[in-house]
Design a protein around this ligand. Structure first.
Ligand SMILES: *Cc1c(COP(=O)(O)O)cnc(C)c1O
Length: 402
């Protein structure tokens, strides 16, 4: 980044990084908001120099020195977001893509290009991640296991171990440090979409690759699709080369919105988490709710199993939006077996703990009482519809399961 001297900057707290990282050069340029560079190409009168820069990129995948070359090779606005996210996750680099799935695809292609097509993975994963691995669309072959079985599942051609914690949609948590240890020299990819670097920094626990669907909390307003991988510079170089070759680049406007989203990430995640913890407690005490899953590390996601018909809860919300996706400023609820995890084979899905009665809620920034009133009414409607007594059961309340 022009005029930016990394060595000059002392370590700063996450909240400070969130608003300043990726923007360190702005004041010296006389700017406050970051510029959006929409150029697809860049003029250069020195084609010998361009040849050398392209050769260097083909060798290491490092961002070319000097002015950008072409939009698929790198973009200055997107680079600001990448710099900022790497700082928040505590990694050397980050590489942004058009979506979370494009980011995961690039990781698989990097490993497959090295002849390492075998993946060891722990369910549940986000439905499309599960599908991408199971279907072998990119030539990968997956072995599903539990955390204790990882070491045994490794083969000479294993290129990746993939986990999510808290996992989508059950919020199951893993000991990332123990998992990283079991991986040995095989890179561990931790999908950190749900926790965000505000609650958990997997690289500090030994994950070589930290994946985000930036569509969710990083963007935070439900209006950007993006993915990003935070990792060491060596792997980042390979990811940039795959991104250049396959074209899953992030649009500069999306890069701008993501950088802006990061500045409020800690505040959003903390506020929504406080509301989610309160709602999880009330759900656990609710007669129409059989089970509540809320992570030990907290967060703004709640999963719960209803006593009645989950489809009636979805049909009954008013303030809460019945929609797939998560991590927005407003509260969303969805039925994983119908939507986010529909693409996973029903037996595999149930085996991973995704029951047909499970609902997944992404808590936003609304007032907790307004949210509870809406949820309570929807649960009551669903519970009654299932033929329970009109006054509600008096059975023991559900415990919050971690
Ligand atoms: C949404 C999601 C993805 C996929 O991201 P897209 O941006 O939709 O491509 C991957 N992992 C998790 C945990 C997700 O929730």
């Amino acid at each position: 980044m022009p005029g930016y001297d990394e060595a000059r900057i002392a370590p700063r707290a996450l909240a400070t990084e969130a608003v300043h990282a990726g923007r360190d050069d702005l004041a010296r340029q006389g700017l406050h908001a970051p510029p959006i560079d929409l150029s697809t190409t860049y003029p250069s009168y020195d084609s010998r120099g361009e040849a050398a820069r392209i050769d260097a990129f083909a060798t290491t995948g490092a961002e070319p020195d000097g002015p950008p070359v072409y939009g698929r090779l790198g973009n200055p606005t997107v680079a600001r977001f990448e710099t900022a996210l790497a700082r928040l996750e505590g990694t050397e680099a980050a590489v942004a893509f058009a979506s979370g799935m494009a980011a995961l695809s690039a990781v698989l292609l990097v490993r497959a290009s090295m002849g390492l097509r075998h993946v060891v993975a722990v369910r549940p994963l986000y439905g499309c991640s599960d599908h991408l691995l199971t279907a072998g669309l990119l030539g990968s072959e997956v072995t599903w296991t539990d955390p204790a079985g990882i070491e045994e599942a490794l083969r000479p051609d294993t290129g990746l171990v993939m986990v999510e914690s808290p996992a989508n949609p059950t919020l199951a948590e893993l000991d990332l440090r123990a998992v990283a240890h079991a991986c040995g020299s095989v890179p561990l990819l931790a999908d950190n979409t749900f926790a965000t670097p505000v609650l958990q920094r997997p690289a500090e626990q030994g994950a070589r690759l930290v994946l985000h669907s930036a569509t969710k909390y990083l963007g935070g307003h439900g209006d950007v699709m993006a993915g990003v991988v935070a990792c060491d510079e060596e792997f980042a170089g390979r990811l940039r080369q795959v991104r250049f070759a396959t074209g899953g680049v992030l649009h500069p406007l999306a890069g701008y919105l993501l950088l802006r989203g990061l500045s409020t990430l800690p505040v959003r995640v903390r506020a929504a988490s406080a509301t989610a913890a309160e709602l999880a407690g009330r759900l656990a005490a609710d007669p129409w709710v059989a089970r509540v899953h809320y992570p030990r590390i907290g967060g703004a996601m709640i999963a719960f199993e209803v006593d009645g018909d989950p489809h009636e809860v979805i049909a009954g919300v008013d303030l809460i939006t019945p929609a797939v996706s998560l991590g927005s400023v407003d509260t969303l609820i969805q039925h994983p077996a119908s939507i986010s995890h529909r693409i996973v084979d029903a037996d595999d899905r149930r085996g991973a703990g995704v029951s047909d009665r499970l609902l997944r809620m992404s808590v936003g920034l609304e007032d907790v009482e307004d949210l509870w009133a809406d949820l309570d009414a929807a649960l009551e409607r669903a519970g009654r519809g299932a033929g329970n007594s009109a006054t509600g059961r008096t059975a023991p309340a559900a415990a919050v399961g971690h």
